[in-house]
Ligand binder design. Structure first.
Ligand SMILES: NC(=O)C1=CN([C@@H]2O[C@H](COP(=O)(O)OP(=O)(O)OC[C@H]3O[C@@H](n4cnc5c(N)ncnc54)[C@H](OP(=O)(O)O)[C@@H]3O)[C@@H](O)[C@H]2O)[C@@H](O)CC1
Ligand SMILES: Nc1ncnc2c1ncn2[C@@H]1O[C@H](COP(=O)(O)OP(=O)(O)O)[C@@H](O)[C@H]1O
Ligand SMILES: [K+]
Length: 503
């Protein structure tokens, strides 16, 4: 699904009108037809509240669509002065059709009490300043008198800034927001969810592929995830699904390595090997399907010859969770990234997380070794160490900072958090799944395991990160329906079942 702010929406409209030559009034008609599809046929008693811009124009168009289905429709016109052209045309049609139109604010309370469904088209993407005066009063009334009513917002709940999600003084609290063409960037803001209600994105007669050159930001949907799926060949064998080498866990943090390995296996990798201290036997108990590559941490170099062979046999190497920042960890990290290609002549894909990122921040010359073949999966603090920006600065402008970082170092980036973003420096994908009940230790390790597993199964790194982040959050969302807290172990136990469902 396309993701966009007000400017993107304007660009799409302008492309549709000026290049595709679709008259704007046709787009408005299409928007109204798409909107009306979502209204329960049993509803009969509508009040449509219209502003004077194109959002109001949508309102008048929806009003006459419903009226033509013999519904009981009343319109509250906030202003009929300086209407946009298309708004005026549809207002005139409503008048000519004999739909009752009310103008006096004194009548609004009664109208709100009498109706069953309110559809508001006061402001959409054109809201440009703090809401005051009459408009403020009207929105206050809608929110106050909404008991037992369903409130629909056209495009954006009036009062929410489509770019930032900021409430511009006041906003309608909607039950259902039906938005056009793009999932609005402002909808990502966490504290406005109860203003948006359920969000539906509708088409206005444009083919998504034909406008993709205008948009390079996407909000993940199950359809997108499904479209990436690579079918398993019936006569395939374990070697076809990736040899994944994992360097994760160290004394005190063996759990991290075990979680990465188990989530890697459970999400389908062919062969998983974990580099671990020769004295750690927990891996075999926790995930017997995985192999271990025991190293003597007292004398790291002594393992390197055998390790080289292992590296050159790998398709993917995941590095970082629980390895610490010791000199020994750095030495192994350096060794693991020292070969660009494996025996088959393919790039060895790298998934770098946690301490691998901390080591990278302190040894920046290593960036040269990982370019064009890696994904970095920091949370905001790790990303702050990598970029030098504070977490506050990152959160304010994370799309741009993430994209620039990805371009500069030629890496793919997955920035974890409430709206995890994934970028290859050109496109940005925002994850639509996940919840705060999964915010606990080990969750990131589990994501690393899923991503390296998918990378082994021949998804490219960007796809692996997109699918991985989506599945990881989606499993947590599903589990939240029956439990309060979700740990990495819960995700691991359920991921395969969910992959079955989505693929
Ligand atoms: N072809 C298309 O483009 C399509 C567009 N579509 C629809 O158009 C919508 C965008 O329409 P839009 O650009 O006309 O802006 P809109 O949201 O109606 O608001 C602008 C009006 O509000 C006013 N105003 C603003 N802030 C204010 C404030 N604080 N307090 C008071 N007034 C304020 C502003 O007045 P001004 O500041 O200009 O005097 C102007 O009159 C979009 O969301 C979608 O629903 C669909 O039909 C699909 C095809
Ligand atoms: N509030 C939230 N909403 C959505 N996802 C979340 C939320 N909190 C945490 N997550 C997800 O949980 C994971 C936590 O990763 P991370 O911070 O690296 O944990 P750890 O290092 O303990 O394994 C990330 O994938 C993150 O996106
Ligand atoms: K609106």
């Amino acid at each position: 699904m396309l993701l966009g702010g007000n400017e993107t929406t304007r660009k799409i409209d302008s492309f549709a009108i000026n290049e595709l030559k679709i008259p704007s009034i046709v787009l408005m008609e299409n928007a109204a037809i798409s909107f009306v599809k979502h209204i329960d046929d049993n509803e009969d008693n509508f009040l449509i509240i219209c502003g004077k811009g194109n959002n109001g124009g949508d309102g008048y168009t929806i009003a006459r669509q419903l009226f033509s289905k013999n519904k009981n429709v009343k319109i509250f016109c906030i202003s009929n002065e300086n209407m946009s052209h298309d708004c005026f045309v549809n207002y005139e049609i409503c008048k000519n059709m004999g739909i009752e139109i009310f103008y006096k604010i004194e009548e609004l309370d009664r109208l709100l009490l009498e109706c069953d469904v309110v559809i508001e088209g006061i402001f959409g993407t054109g809201l440009n300043s703090e809401i005051k005066g009459k408009y403020h009063e009207i929105i206050e009334k809608i929110n106050f008198l909404n008991k037992n009513k369903i409130i629909y917002s056209i495009d954006i709940p009036s009062g929410i800034n489509g770019d930032t999600g900021e409430i511009m003084g006041i906003s309608v609290k909607s039950d259902i927001t039906i938005s056009f063409v793009t999932y609005k960037k402002g909808f990502l803001k966490s504290d406005i969810k109860n203003y948006l209600g359920k969000v539906v994105i509708e088409n206005i007669g444009l083919n998504e592929n034909k406008i993709s050159h205008i948009v390079n930001e996407y909000y993940l949907t199950p359809e997108m995830i499904k479209s990436f799926h690579i079918k398993r060949n019936e006569n395939s064998h374990k070697g076809d699904f990736g040899k994944v080498l994992i360097f994760a866990g160290s004394s005190g943090f063996y759990g991290a390595g075990n979680i990465v390995a188990k989530s890697c296996m459970r999400s389908g990798a062919g062969l998983t090997t974990v580099i671990t201290d020769k004295n750690n036997f927990s891996l075999n108990v926790f995930v017997p399907e995985a192999m271990s590559f025991p190293v003597n941490f007292e004398n790291i170099e002594e393992n390197f010859e055998k390790l080289e062979n292992k590296i050159l046999n790998s398709d993917v190497i995941a590095i970082g969770p629980g390895i610490g920042k010791s000199h020994k960890a750095l030495k192994i990290f350096e060794k693991l990234i020292s070969f660009e290609k494996n025996y088959k002549g393919n790039n060895i894909k790298l998934v770098l997380d946690a301490d691998a990122l901390n080591l990278l921040s302190e040894n920046r010359e290593l960036f040269e070794k990982i370019k064009n073949r890696s994904i970095l999966t920091p949370h905001v603090v790790e990303f702050s160490r990598l970029t030098g920006f504070s977490p506050e600065e990152i959160n304010k402008d994370k799309f741009e900072i993430a994209k620039e970082f990805s371009q500069k170092y030629r890496i793919n980036l997955l920035l974890k958090g409430e709206n995890t973003i994934i970028t290859n420096g050109e496109k940005i994908f925002v994850n639509s799944t996940g919840n705060s009940h999964m915010a606990n230790g080990g969750m990131g390790d589990c994501l690393t395991g899923i991503i390296c597993s998918l990378a082994g199964q021949k998804y490219d790194l960007l796809e692996s990160a997109i699918i991985g982040a989506y599945l990881h959050g989606k499993v947590a969302d599903e589990l939240l329906k029956k439990q309060y807290i979700i740990n990495a172990t819960h995700i691991i136990e359920n991921i395969s079942g969910f992959m079955n469902k989505i693929f």
